[in-house]
Design a protein around this ligand. Structure first.
Ligand code: GDP
Length: 250
């Protein structure tokens, strides 16, 4: 069960319970059926809030997560514990990937429940229709590393086929590719040729200021992997949303 910052703030208990049930049902059923490898999906938002940067794979359990999404974070951290257990007790290769903020075609573009990029894309679409301004929630100052869903899918297949560790691996663009929420909003405005005003609403939460992750481990395995440039990926996602507005999840 996933959602953007604002859905997490509203439903921490539901995120905890649903994900804990999914974790145990999926992993234990896989074990009972003799499945040898499972790749679960964590997120960089589960890392400790008070930390040093960049964050790496060894730091998952080193302190409380940000209070806005404690339910999701603690539930997802338990996948790492469970993977270790299946490895030590039963020799299974159950592992996990840790992506940064994912976006792309077929995302959930719901403004209240979804993540920031699909939310902004939907808002720009509506602002263009009504001729109004784009309101970006929060101060626009928090920073995020975004990963295009098509890049993540390629990396997922590599993990499934080639990655043999039980320890998780961060799937992220480099630290130098981190952008502010303001820059992300500007990229969406440019991609959708939105000429209206950008307003910021600081009465809405900023969430975690940043969760800058290191992709050094990924780079050791795949030094040549090419990520789609952020602005190109945003353009493709906006074009997909415009072309599929009627059927998109929103
Ligand atoms: P997070 O990365 O786990 O915090 O989740 P999100 O993808 O929901 O990103 C939240 C960040 O984007 C916060 O700093 C919000 O204040 C900011 N933000 C700005 N506008 C929006 C919006 O329309 N939707 C969402 N979800 N976040 C927004």
């Amino acid at each position: 069960m996933v959602g953007g910052l604002f859905k997490n703030i509203r439903s921490n208990l539901d995120f905890w319970r649903t994900n804990i049930h999914i974790n145990d049902n999926v992993l234990h059923s896989a074990h009972e059926m003799g499945v040898e490898k499972v790749v679960s999906c964590l997120s960089t938002c589960i890392f400790p809030d008070k930390t040093t940067y960049p964050i790496d794979e060894t730091m998952i359990h080193n302190g409380p997560p940000h209070s806005s999404n404690f339910g999701y974070s603690y539930a997802k951290r338990m996948i790492d514990i469970q993977n270790r257990g299946y490895s030590e007790q039963h020799g299974r290769r159950f592992t996990a990937v840790i992506p940064t903020n994912v976006f792309g075609p077929h995302d959930n573009f719901n403004i209240e429940d979804g993540h920031v990029l699909p939310g902004l894309i939907h808002k720009v679409h509506l602002a263009k229709q009504s001729g109004s301004a784009l309101t970006v929630w929060g101060t626009g100052k928090p920073r995020r590393q975004f990963i295009y869903s098509l890049d993540l899918a390629r990396l997922f297949l590599w993990v499934l086929r080639e990655y043999d560790e039980v320890e998780p691996i961060i799937l992220s663009v480099g630290e130098e590719d981190e952008v502010s929420i303001r820059e992300a909003a500007e990229a969406v405005a440019e991609a959708m040729d939105f000429r209206g005003e950008l307003l910021f609403d600081p009465s809405k939460a900023d969430g975690q200021f940043k969760k800058t992750a290191s992709n050094a481990k990924l780079r050791r395995y795949l030094p040549g992997f090419q990520f789609t440039p952020f602005r190109k990926a945003v353009k493709e996602t906006c074009a997909w949303f415009d072309a599929n507005y009627a059927d998109a999840r929103k």
